[in-house]
Structures are given as structure tokens and as C-alpha cells.
Design a protein around this ligand. Structure first.
Ligand code: RIB
Length: 309
């Protein structure tokens, strides 16, 4: 059998219906927008495209509707080199959409209608067991049904792949799913929700021990403009903390920056890099993504990353 290589992403595809505005509206308020554009998005597709643009062999398992958004999303991923053969098209449910507002500081607010993403079922994953077994990294997020993501985590774990679980958007997940994950990727808010703490950044040693007590050996906590913290270790091996600085940039749009970070980590791990190296490289990729509008549209290629160095 040939050695495992590349990345399999199991996750969502959304059409990102995006309006730019000076400031985000508060509840009950209407504000005027400047510009409206429909772009390819969805956390799964974003992560797949981010890794593919960095030169990684990537397949995406997901579901779209049999409509114009579905066609746009599959074509966009395919154009970026992602193997889209495992994307299922269904006739009776529309493709997922995200309604996104982006303000003048590049901050956003997002509401997602899952649509066809909600129809990604365990049998779609089981029939891709060989593809999963051949992957070095299986990359998962939570915009698809939990049972389906659990199936992917289990198959990836059984096959010996590195299972990267991005707990976004946050949901409580069964302990078995965390046990099947080799690497957990969360932002500071998701970390707080998972651990039931007010602010996990106040005491990193205590936070690392909390993760370890839940059986999570390797964790990356992203902190936006403050970079990220890499936590490595486990109960028998006292956790090692490595802070990773953010790469400063002029922020235009933070949409999908977390997905760029996740995709870049998946790419690096598939290449055999260590976690700290992967997180440093991902910080640069995410910073480059923040400097341009959109999610997938903003992700750098390998040549652009090399040119930056
Ligand atoms: O993480 C950004 C993504 O979240 C957007 O592309 C949107 O589709 C939502 O899934």
C-alpha cells in the first residue's frame, strides 16, 4: 500500500452573499451597504481551497443542491485544484448560503443557512472510506451533521490519519469525537465554551491542563490579531506551550481567515511539518487572507507565500 498523503476535508460549501458596510447594524437597526457580491465559501470548502492553493492534494466530501450556487461552488473548488468527485448534488434541497456583512474595519457578522450541507450523511462518508484511509490528514469542522463528522473522525482515526478537528461553529461534541481527534483547533471563544471557563487566555498553564484532562493532547487556540497558542502534550507529558505571534497586516476582511489558518495547518501536517512550524506558516497564510476581500478569493498560493518570505 502506498503511504498516506494529502488531505481529505469533510465539510460545508456555502454561497457567501456578502454586503460591505461602514458598520455592522445592531439589533433592529437598518444600515446601508456599499457593495453586494456572491462568493464561494463554507468552512469545509474554504479549508480545502486554502490547503490546495498551498500545493497540497486535497479532496472535499460535501453536499450541494442542484442549483446555480451548487454549480458555482463545485466549479470554484475544482478550479483551485480540489478533487470534487466526492461532492454529492441533491435535487430537493438548496445549496447552503451564508449572509455576511463586513464593516470598514474588516470585521464581519455571519448567518448560515445550512441547506444541502445538512444532508451530508454517514453513508456518504462510509463509501469514501478508501479515500480517507489514503489521506495523511482528515480535516473536519462543524457545519455538517455531528453524526457524519463523528463517522469521518472515526474512519480517519482507524486508518491512522491525523484527524484535525476545528470546533467551529461551536457545538458540544461527544467525548468519542474528541478522542478520535489528534489535533483540536479552536479560537479563544470556542476554547472557553468547550472548557466552561470565562477566559482561557488568563492562565495558559491551567487551560493546557484542562485540555489534557479531557484527553486532548495537541491543541491550537487562535487569538485573532494576537496570534495563537500551540499546546502540545498530555496527562503523562506535561503540556508544552508555544506562543505564535500574528503576522501584522492591513485588515480588509477577516471572513474565512480561521479557515485559511486551518487549511494551512492541514497542508503543513500533510507535508510532515511539526505543529509549531505548521502554526507559524498558518499565521502568515491567515494574515495574507485578511488583507483581501472574501474567503477563498483571499487565500494565497504557495508562490505568493514564498514571495512573502
Ligand atoms: O468561516 C467563514 C465561512 O463561514 C464563510 O465562508 C461562510 O460560508 C461560513 O460558513
Amino acid at each position: 500500500m502506498s503511504p498516506a498523503s494529502g488531505v481529505v476535508v469533510v465539510g460545508s460549501l456555502n454561497a457567501d452573499l456578502t454586503i460591505t458596510t461602514d458598520r455592522l447594524p445592531s439589533a433592529g437597526e437598518t444600515v446601508a451597504g456599499h457593495d453586494f457580491v456572491t462568493r464561494p465559501g463554507g468552512k469545509g470548502a474554504n479549508q480545502a481551497v486554502a490547503a490546495s492553493r498551498l500545493g497540497c492534494a486535497v479532496s472535499l466530501i460535501g453536499v450541494v443542491g442542484d442549483d446555480a450556487h451548487g454549480t458555482m461552488l463545485v466549479q470554484a473548488a475544482h478550479r483551485d485544484g480540489v478533487d470534487t468527485d466526492s461532492i454529492v448534488r441533491i435535487a430537493d434541497t438548496p445549496t447552503g448560503v451564508a449572509v455576511i456583512e463586513v464593516d470598514a474595519q474588516g470585521e464581519n457578522s455571519i448567518v448560515v443557512f445550512p441547506g444541502a450541507n445538512g444532508r451530508l450523511e454517514p453513508h456518504h462518508i462510509e463509501r469514501e472510506a478508501e479515500r480517507i484511509a489514503a489521506a495523511a490528514v482528515v480535516c473536519l469542522c462543524l457545519e455538517s451533521p455531528l453524526e457524519t463528522i463523528m463517522t469521518a473522525a472515526r474512519l480517519g482515526h482507524q486508518a491512522g490519519a491525523t484527524v484535525l478537528l476545528n470546533l467551529s461553529p461551536f457545538r458540544k461534541v461527544p467525548a468519542q469525537m474528541l478522542a478520535d481527534a489528534d489535533l483540536l483547533l479552536v479560537n479563544e471563544h470556542e476554547a472557553a465554551q468547550l472548557l466552561g471557563s470565562t477566559d482561557p487566555t488568563i492562565d495558559w498553564d491551567a487551560t493546557a491542563l484542562e485540555f489534557a484532562a479531557r484527553g486532548m493532547r495537541d491543541v491550537v487556540v487562535t487569538l485573532g490579531a494576537r496570534g495563537s497558542m500551540v499546546i502540545q502534550g498530555g496527562p503523562e507529558n506535561f503540556p508544552v506551550l508555544t506562543p505564535i505571534p500574528a503576522v501584522p497586516t492591513h485588515v480588509v476582511d477577516t471572513t474565512g481567515c480561521g479557515d485559511a489558518f486551518t487549511g494551512a495547518i492541514a497542508d503543513s501536517l500533510a507535508r510532515g511539518d511539526g505543529l509549531v512550524t505548521a502554526a507559524r506558516r498558518a499565521a502568515l497564510v491567515a494574515s495574507m487572507a485578511a488583507a483581501t476581500e472574501g474567503a477563498q478569493d483571499s487565500y494565497p498560493t504557495l508562490n505568493e507565500v514564498r514571495a512573502h518570505f
